[in-house]
Design a protein around this ligand. Sequence first.
Ligand code: CAA
Length: 258
Amino acid sequence: TASFETVLFEKKGRVGLVTLNRPKALNALNAQLIAELNQVLDACEADADIGAIVITGSEKAFAAGADIKEMKDKTFGDVILQDFIAPWERITRVRKPVIAAVSGFALGGGCELAMMADFIIASDTAKFGQPEIMLGVIPGAGGTQRLTRAVGKAKAMDLILTGRHMDAAEAERAGLVARVVPAADLVAEALKAAEKIASFSLPSAMLAKESVNRAFETTLAEGVRFERHAFHALFATEDQKEGMAAFAEKRPPQFKHA
Ligand code: CAA
C-alpha cells in the first residue's frame, strides 16, 4: 500500500484499486495526477500478486476532464514540444485487465481516460460527455476515436459537436458502459468483477484482453489468426492443464498464473 498526493492506491487481494483524488477540482487531470497514476500502473504491472486493476474517482466525479486552469495558457509551441497528452496513454499499454468504475462526471479527458480502460462499470449517477468544443478545442485524449468506436458515428458526433452530457442509462444503451449499478455499490461491484477476473489464470486474461483489442487494430481474418495463436499458446501453460483437469475432476481449479 502506497499513497501519492493526487492518487490513492490500495491492494485488495489480487486487485489494485486506484482512486483519483483531487476532490476540490472534481479530479481534473493535471500533469501530477497523470504522472502519479502512471507510477501506480507501473507498480501494478510489476507486481505478480496483482491480476486486475480498478480505477475509480469520487461519488461526485470520476474526472471532470483535463485541468483547464493548468492548460489554459499553453501555446501551440508548448503543447507540440511537450507532446501534451501523450503521457496519458500509459494506461492503454497496461497488459493486465483494467476496469474504470465511474460515478458522477466523466467529462472530456475523464471520459477519455475511462474509455482507455478495458471496460466501464458505471453508477446510475454517471454522466459522460466530451464538452471540449465549449472551450474552443476538441477531445485530445482519443475521444473522437474511442467514443466513435464505442457508440457509433451518430451519437459520437452528437456528443462531441454539442458538448452535451449523456446519463448512465443512455451510455449503457449506446454500448459505452458494460453495466450500470447503484451508486452506493459501485466500488464493491467493480472490485467483485476485478477479483473474479484476477482469480483466473493471468496469462489467459492478458491474452484475452490483447485479442479483443486486436479487433480495433486489424482485419477480421488477421484478428482471428491472432486469437488462434494466442489460444494455442495457452496450451503451454500449467494453468490450462489445471483448469481443464479440474473441470474433468469436478473440483475448483488452483491457478498458478503460469
Ligand atoms: N479543470 C480544472 N478545474 C476544474 C475542472 C477542470 N476540467 N472541472 C471542474 N473544476 C473545478 C472548478 O473550477 C471548481 O473549482 P473552484 O471551486 O476552485 O472554482 C471545482 O472544480 C468544482 O467545480 P464546479 O464548481 O464547476 O462544480 P459544478 O458541480 O458546478 O459543475 C461540472 C461540475 C459541470 C463538471 C463543471 O465543473 C465543468 O463543466 N467542468 C469542466 C468540464 C470540461 O469542460 N471538461 C473538459 C476539459 S478539456 C479536456 O479534457 C481536454 C482533453 O480532451 C484532454
